[in-house]
Design a binder for this molecule. Structure first.
Ligand SMILES: NC(=O)c1ccc[n+]([C@@H]2O[C@H](COP(=O)([O-])OP(=O)(O)OC[C@H]3O[C@@H](n4cnc5c(N)ncnc54)[C@H](OP(=O)(O)O)[C@@H]3O)[C@@H](O)[C@H]2O)c1
Length: 346
């Protein structure tokens, strides 16, 4: 079977990582990546050997790349014409316009969590609904927070048969490379209650009853979730067996905080940098083992999310789902992770 030809529309924080992860797979290849115009991010594409295209077909914008010293292979239409699928990594809210373009060309498309579920009517997380996405025309990989919630809640739900969840998202204020957002000296509650994060889990696993609150805090490196889950009677679980359940899941790391001196997100990210993945990424969700406690039917735990990277392998799996090239989500996840988990696995 020939490789899936993948276009990346939007080579920013998420796009450059998805491009790299796709490039590492042996069943897909990058046709090209887009930028709005010349900037330092173009150098990375050049270094990687990814052809550079413009997000627009406007000849003046295409020509601006040459003025900045970069070779531009064409506009978005040129890129789409030679690709099987496009991963849209544009900033949120461009989805509607971009989807219209993709539909005109007749190309499959994957969007990111900055877009609403309604855009495609279909969302994706490997462990929750790979099968429902098979051969679809378009989907949305859910946000970093929703991906994180799904990683630990879906296996719990599948074990118990039902689940009621309340959670608080303690959100980083900005990405590390972002100088525009805040707060820098405040804690900012999200006054839209419930926040969209918990209910968004229902777009991939409607059976989970879940609501959330969110606060933004002045840190850039990770989100933390404080989660309370009510398990149904007769769940048969203990604190230890919940931990074992998560340890058996792909893309979930459960480690003792105190014993390993990993009690904050700063140490967790330092450990991630030690692992040696590109950009110091941590694709897995980190659960503090000593913060897990099942009291009666009520489960308490904390988890940390590396916002720029947990969704990256999900995009690779979503490509296989939409192209129909791998029907088994666990097989896809294993294949994806083997190709991108450099240095060593925990
Ligand atoms: N950052 C995260 O932690 C994170 C985590 C999960 C999901 N997401 C979601 O992923 C998506 C991308 O976020 P990001 O953080 O990667 O944004 P970003 O760093 O701002 O990158 C966006 C990229 O899209 C390009 N672009 C601008 N307008 C475009 C258009 N109309 N069509 C196509 N591309 C366009 C930009 O080009 P230039 O480089 O030329 O400006 C840039 O390369 C959003 O939906 C976001 O919500 C982000």
């Amino acid at each position: 079977m020939s490789n899936t030809r993948v276009a990346i529309n939007g080579y920013g924080t998420i796009g450059k990582r998805v491009a790299d992860a796709v490039d590492a797979q042996d069943d897909m290849e990058i046709v090209g990546v887009t930028k709005t115009g010349p900037s330092f991010g173009c150098d990375l594409a050049v270094k990687k050997g990814f052809p550079l295209y413009c997000t627009s077909d406007d000849p003046e914008r295409i020509a601006s790349f040459a003025a900045g010293g970069y070779e531009c292979a064409g506009g978005l239409s040129d890129l789409l014409a030679s690709s099987d699928i496009v991963v849209d990594c544009s900033p949120g809210k461009h989805g509607e316009e971009n989807l219209a373009t993709y539909r005109t060309v007749g190309i499959k498309a994957i969007f990111q969590g900055g877009e609403k579920h309604a855009l495609t009517g279909l969302s994706y997380t490997s462990s929750a609904n790979h099968a429902a996405n098979l051969n679809a025309d378009a989907t949305r990989v859910v946000s970093c927070n929703t991906t994180g919630l799904s990683r630990t809640l879906v296996p719990l739900h599948d074990h118990c048969g039902s689940l009621k969840v309340e959670c608080t998202m303690i959100r980083r204020a900005a990405d590390p490379g972002d100088s525009k957002k805040g707060p820098i000296n405040a804690i900012k509650p999200v006054l839209k209650v419930p926040s969209h994060h918990g209910p968004d889990v229902k777009t991939v696993k409607p059976e989970i009853e879940i609501n959330s609150l969110a606060v933004a805090v002045p840190t850039t490196i990770m989100h933390v979730h404080a989660i309370i889950a009510d398990l149904p009677e007769g769940h048969g679980l203990s604190t230890e067996s919940v931990i074992d359940l998560w340890k058996a899941q792909p893309r979930v790391i459960v480690m003792a905080g105190e014993a390993n001196r990993l009690t904050t997100t700063a140490e967790v990210m330092e450990m991630a940098r030690d692992i040696g993945r590109k950009w110091g990424d941590l694709h897995e969700i980190f659960v503090w083992e000593d913060g897990v406690s099942l009291q009666g039917d009520r489960l308490y735990y904390f988890q940390a999310i590396h916002q720029e990277s947990d969704v990256i392998p999900e995009n690779v799996d979503a490509i296989r789902a939409l192209m129909g090239t791998e029907t088994d989500w666990r097989a896809s996840v294993a294949r994806t992770d083997a190709a991108i988990s450099h240095y060593y696995n925990l």
